[in-house]
Design a protein around this ligand. Structure first.
Ligand SMILES: Nc1ncnc2c1ncn2[C@@H]1O[C@H](COP(=O)(O)OP(=O)(O)OP(=O)(O)O)[C@@H](O)[C@H]1O
Length: 348
């Protein structure tokens, strides 16, 4: 901006509006400890002192009559130990109210995805799309997605295996047999948030998330939720259910796309390209991926691991409009306590 406007002031003298919520998740720093994450915050930017902060005070997502829930979300987001009776003194745990507890994954699944919705997924597309199971890590997300998919009745089911091709100097055929086997296996095992899996299980009626910006202007962007309506060998047909195209339930055809992995310090190991449909199952998703979404029901699954990073619990709980739209499976059976990580340096 400075170059374009030939002006050495910050942003070339233009007014720039940056929006965000300090209580929500931070940018991801691969393998970063809390100090590294805090260091990556905009608060550590040299020019941060030049920014004027304007506070938006009203929660527009939560229903206006949910006064206690609005207050509770503030307490959780700010990590308040005072004035919030659900805080367990001397710890970073809070007690979840009984009405928001689910006993296990099955309970949670039945809450988020009612059996009748799974039996007639096309009829209940909006309902299925309005729900999500959220977890702190992607490994658990994958397992839960498969569980819901198994319970979904769909007339067509297909598994698509990606084509993984090594990039860089050494082609696979230059390696010995053992090395080739190892390299192929290594590529197939790699899963990241920004790339579809090597093995993609799809079914008619399944809820998936687009993981590539196809056309931002027309609402087909990373994070758009859709329902699979037809599966072909070389493309999939999907109904768009979230974002600007959701009102007219547009249907689109998606071909396979190329994704690239490696070649950067945050993506160690083999450098390769993966050719796969640009979607991931999205009955369950990571809390990070849910940031920005508004949902009708949220199931938070913590049995395989508590929230471990700043703002995860707050982000997960603040996706919905009412408190009764949340159920949580806590880390330990018969305990209602969940960990709430808040790094105060990131707050105001
Ligand atoms: N001006 C408004 N009038 C009515 N409702 C609004 C308005 N702005 C936002 N909302 C409601 O709040 C919800 C969240 O809005 P939006 O996604 O723009 O907020 P956000 O700041 O990006 O939220 P978050 O960061 O928590 O995801 C919307 O789905 C909508 O229901």
């Amino acid at each position: 901006m400075q170059d374009m406007k030939d002006n050495k002031q910050l942003f070339g003298g233009s007014v720039v509006l940056i929006g965000g919520d300090w209580k929500q998740l931070t940018p991801v720093v691969p393998k970063g400890n809390p100090e590294a994450v805090i260091d990556a915050s905009i608060k550590k930017w040299d020019e941060y002192d030049h920014c004027k902060q304007i506070e938006l005070k009203k929660n527009m997502r939560v229903n206006e009559d949910e006064i206690d829930f609005i207050q509770e979300l503030k307490h959780i987001g700010n990590g308040d130990t005072e004035g919030y009776s659900n805080y367990i003194k001397g710890t970073d745990y809070i007690k979840v109210d009984e009405e928001n507890i689910a006993k296990n994954a099955l309970d949670l699944m039945n809450f988020c995805y009612e059996p009748q919705w799974l039996a007639e997924p096309e009829k209940y597309a909006k309902e299925l799309c309005g729900s999500a199971i959220l977890c702190p890590t992607n490994t658990v997300v994958k397992r839960l997605n498969q569980k819901v998919l198994n319970n979904l009745s769909g007339r067509q089911q297909k598994t698509f295996f990606a084509r993984n091709t090594p990039l860089g100097d050494q082609p696979l055929n230059a390696l010995t047999d053992n090395e080739t086997e190892y390299s192929i296996e290594a590529m197939e095992k790699i899963e990241t948030a920004g790339m579809p899996p090597h093995e993609l299980n799809l079914k008619n009626g399944a809820i998936v998330m687009l993981i590539k910006n196809i056309s931002v202007n027309t609402g087909l962007c990373n994070g758009t939720r859709m329902q699979i309506t037809e599966i072909f060998d070389d493309c999939i047909k999907c109904k768009v259910l979230s974002g600007s195209r959701s009102d007219n339930s547009d249907e689109i055809f998606l071909p396979r796309c190329k994704f690239e992995y490696g070649g950067t310090p945050s993506e160690p190991g083999i450098h390769f390209s993966r050719c796969q449909f640009p979607v991931k199952l999205s009955f369950a998703m990571s809390i990070n991926k849910s940031q920005g979404q508004t949902l009708q029901k949220v199931g938070i699954y913590l049995r395989q691991g508590e929230c471990f990073s700043h703002g995860q619990l707050y982000t997960a709980m603040s996706r919905v409009r009412t408190k009764k739209s949340i159920k949580i499976v806590t880390a330990v059976l018969d305990t209602n306590n969940v960990k709430n990580v808040v790094w105060k340096q990131l707050l105001d």
